[in-house]
Design a protein around this ligand. Structure first.
Ligand code: GDP
Length: 402
């Protein structure tokens, strides 16, 4: 949205349980415990050394909110917890004037440089790769900036990308081969499930041995379930971060175009985000008043971090619904296609179990009406049941039985 300034709120240190009574059935409000069901979304940052990962991570941590305020997030110096900027949340807050405004968050996990041979224990080796097994998606930083003062570990964007993906594939191969070994032993004892599982694993071994990612293998839902616990890196959704020079940002440089074309030719859904990590990081170190001057003087724009956060959120197939009340206006994260009880469950598991209905107003209708009360009067509030598929931007109020 033009002119939109993302709200980088730092929450008060004493801020505790983000679940407040305002949008809860009174019966439940009294018995609420800390909610630990909320989706924790983590994106692991990978790339060769000297591509700008630490610089990018520094910028992300500068906009990071204290992890302690989000009980479901990891407290770790290598994790930056960033709010997903959403102008709709700000608009709702303007209308409702609550005591608190809470955005949804995404975690970025910094991982030390990947070098060729990492999967075999060189550099930080497998330890490094283990650290990202738990993440939901991968942000692969690719060096598209030129700077003779910074040693280039790789060659060019396409080659660098291959080196990293090959290491990830080799690490997966190791996991899959070991799992296949175990599964085959079980299959020999006549275990039918093990036989089916071994067949999937064998296909993956062949794929990975050919140096291809696991995602290149067509997998059914059952196949996916069978290998889920292996947390394969090359099955995770991946977005590419093209780290460009300060003077190239927004210019759609040739290097970025070439990278984008190559990735799109492979996968029409490939996501490439252009960022100048150095600029984002430098600007965040300046005072608010100096920032504007700096950007003007250099004739550049920031916004790369927001683009990255949004791209990550979208890549994971997520959407947002809102709850509004005097105490709190809040954005929540939900998978696209999820039904109303699941949305209730994001707030509290008891809400999912006792779900009765969800009073639902589309975001645009709420803004037009200006308040919950007025939305009701205008007939914009719908009573939705268990089968309702939540839409992005829905403002929801849940009713649940104890
Ligand atoms: P990492 O090894 O991938 O974590 O890379 P670093 O973030 O430590 O960056 C390596 C060097 O490249 C540092 O000296 C950065 O200042 C520099 N660097 C990172 N991003 C950019 C960029 O966008 N432009 C330029 N010119 N230098 C950058």
């Amino acid at each position: 949205m033009p002119g939109y300034q993302p709200r980088r709120r730092v929450l008060e240190p004493g801020f505790d349980n983000p679940v407040r009574e305002s949008h809860l059935t009174p019966i439940f409000a009294a018995s609420l415990e800390r909610n630990n069901r909320m989706s924790k979304l983590a994106i692991g940052v990978v790339g060769l050394p000297n591509v700008g990962k630490s610089t990018l991570f520094r910028a992300l941590t500068a906009v990071s909110v204290p992890a302690a305020n989000y009980p479901f997030c990891t407290i770790d110096p290598n994790v930056g917890v960033v709010e997903v900027p959403d102008p709709r949340l700000d608009r709702l807050a303007e209308l409702v004037q609550p005591q608190d405004v809470i955005a949804t968050v995404v975690e970025f996990v910094d991982i030390a440089g990947l070098v060729k041979g990492a999967s075999e224990g060189e550099g930080l080796g497998n330890k490094f790769l283990q650290n990202i097994r738990e993440v939901d998606a991968i942000a692969h930083v690719i060096r598209c900036f030129e700077d003779e003062a910074v040693v280039r570990v790789g060659q060019d964007p396409l080659h660098d990308r291959e080196v990293v993906e090959m290491e990830l594939a080799l690490s997966d191969l190791d996991q899959v081969a070991r799992a296949l070994d175990r599964t085959e032993r079980r299959a020999r004892t006549g275990d039918k499930d093990a036989k089916a599982e071994a067949a999937v694993l064998s296909r993956l071994v062949a794929r990975l041995e050919a140096g291809e990612p696991a995602r290149a293998e067509p997998l059914s839902e059952d196949d996916r379930r069978a290998v889920r616990s292996l947390n394969l890196l090359t099955l995770k959704p991946t977005l590419y971060v093209a780290n460009v020079s300060e003077d190239m940002v927004g210019q759609d440089a040739q290097t970025v175009q070439t990278l984008r074309d190559a990735l799109l030719a492979e996968d029409s859904g490939a996501v490439v985000v252009e960022v100048c990590a150095q600029l984002e990081s430098d600007v965040l170190e300046l005072d608010e008043s100096e920032r504007h001057e700096y950007l003007e003087a250099h004739g550049v724009e920031t916004g790369g971090l927001d683009r990255l956060i949004h791209a990550g959120y979208k890549l994971l197939g997520l959407q947002t619904f809102f709850t509004v009340g005097e105490k709190e206006v809040r954005a929540w994260t939900l998978h696209v296609g999820a039904k109303a009880p699941e949305a209730a469950g994001e707030i509290h598991t008891d809400f999912e179990k006792g779900f009765i209905r969800a009073e639902t107003i589309a975001y645009e209708d709420f803004v037009e009406a200006g308040s919950l009360k007025r939305s009701r009067e205008l007939g914009k509030m719908r009573l939705e049941g268990k089968e309702y598929v939540v839409q992005d931007g829905d403002v929801m109020l849940f009713r649940a039985a104890p």
